[in-house]
Ligand binder design. Structure first.
Ligand SMILES: [Zn+2]
Length: 420
């Protein structure tokens, strides 16, 4: 099925010739734009694009489109690539949110049914199909917000059986929706209650029992550790990432969220595809990242929810680093999977420009999931995943009007998405 989209006011984030893997530093300001363009899709792929003036009768005859769609001057851009979520979970934690605002301590909240360990309890009690049903609602919701590819982590299981359950559900989201899904094993999200005071023994279980099974069943693309005081140390992280590497699992690390934890350094040591959070980063982390192939992924939704200081995105970009933005969609610190809102926070709180924000939420997010060859830009041979905007005045309107429904139509794998 060939579909031709004509009269595109601005075709945004196009690439011709050699494709970039990611954009770093100053390159994050560049954005390929075709004014008054066309786009041709062939089944699930982009097969051609260019300026309307190049669309001669002869060319049209060669294309032989089955269907023609007049975009009437609106804009077209790639769907978002959200490279960090925990969207498979049971229940929600809004009561905890208000308890925290009332001034309750972490232990008081845990006693009332909050915290990661309580998410683990709810997940343990949920039947797999019920968990899938709950997660599918969130997955369909993020598609309606413009996301086309997503990474989903385990980490509320904290036992082999429940981690497997989460990862199977995450994989099934890719079968039940048109989302491209990458999965990450995050057994080291928190120390489960049965190992209280014996953290290292839980790390042993992750290494000797969980990783071999999860790798053999091919349920995870990546491995992750929450490297932070009170969670897992740099030494624990080193052991887990080393074990994962032996099974072909490339790391992504929850790093430097609450302190200068050393998470960035240990992640880069194992060639992590991304290190995420990064509220606490300085010259030393910048230097290590600059010499690496690791993406710096920022999660401003969680920073806002936890009322912390934001990651130094401006300094990172000025230093020449690549920056991606993701939602961290999860029940405890960011109950939103809306990349449009993350763009707004990136602008307001991290002083990123519209072009930098588009690169951070498309090609750099794709890179942080190993999807840069198929997603993240409009290029021949890539997935036909794109948004058609409502009539909007400018590209700047996108990160500015964060509650406007500026997305009119969503195409995933070359097909118009309808939320049925
Ligand atoms: Zn996270």
């Amino acid at each position: 099925m060939k579909r031709l989209f004509i009269n595109i006011g601005k075709l945004i984030q196009v690439e011709q010739g050699d494709l970039v893997q990611r954009r770093c530093g100053k390159e994050m300001s560049s954005l390929g734009i075709i004014e008054n363009g066309y786009l041709l899709t062939d089944d699930d792929l982009i097969s051609d694009f260019g300026m309307m003036s190049q669309l001669t009768d002869e060319r049209l005859k060669c294309m032989m489109p089955d269907e023609s769609v007049d975009v009437c001057g609106r804009m077209v851009l790639p769907t978002f690539c959200d490279s960090h979520t925990h969207l498979v979970y049971a229940g929600s934690r809004e009561i905890e949110f208000f308890d925290k605002l009332k001034g309750l301590s972490y232990s008081e909240i845990a006693a009332r049914g909050g915290g990661i360990l309580n998410s683990a309890k709810l997940l343990h009690e949920a039947a797999e199909d019920d968990l899938l049903k709950q997660a599918l609602l969130r997955a369909r919701e993020i598609v309606s917000f413009g996301t086309g590819a997503v990474e989903i982590k385990s980490g509320y299981g904290l036992s082999l059986e429940d981690e497997l359950k989460m990862l199977r559900v995450a994989r099934r989201i890719g079968e039940f929706t048109p989302l491209t899904v990458k999965t990450t094993f995050l057994g080291a999200h928190a120390v489960p209650a049965r190992y209280t005071g014996r953290r290292e023994e839980y790390v042993d279980e992750i290494i000797s029992e969980m990783i071999p099974v999860i790798a053999t069943e091919e349920l995870a693309d990546y491995i992750d550790v929450f490297t932070e005081e009170g969670f897992f140390s740099v030494e624990d992280t080193d052991r887990i990432l080393n074990a994962g590497m032996k099974y072909g699992l490339r790391p992504k690390v929850h790093a430097n969220q609450m302190s200068f934890s050393g998470g960035v350094q240990v992640g880069v040591k194992y060639n992590a595809i991304s290190v995420d959070h990064l509220e606490y980063t300085g010259e030393e982390e910048f230097r290590v990242l600059k010499e690496s192939e690791t993406m710096a992924t920022l999660l401003p939704g969680a920073t806002q929810f936890l009322e912390m200081d934001y990651a130094p995105a401006r300094e990172m970009i000025d230093y020449g680093l690549p920056v991606a933005i993701a939602t961290n969609y999860n029940p405890g610190s960011c109950p939103s999977g809306d990349m449009r809102y993350m763009m707004f926070l990136g602008a307001l709180k991290m002083k990123m420009t519209p072009n930098e924000l588009i690169n951070a939420t498309t090609i750099n997010g794709a890179y942080a999931m190993g999807l840069e060859e198929t997603h993240g830009t409009i290029a021949v041979g890539k997935k036909a995943n794109f948004l058609i905007t409502a009539p909007i005045p400018s590209i700047e309107f996108i990160p500015y009007a964060y509650t406007s429904s500026w997305i009119d139509k969503i195409y995933l794998n070359g097909r118009l998405w309808q939320n049925l």
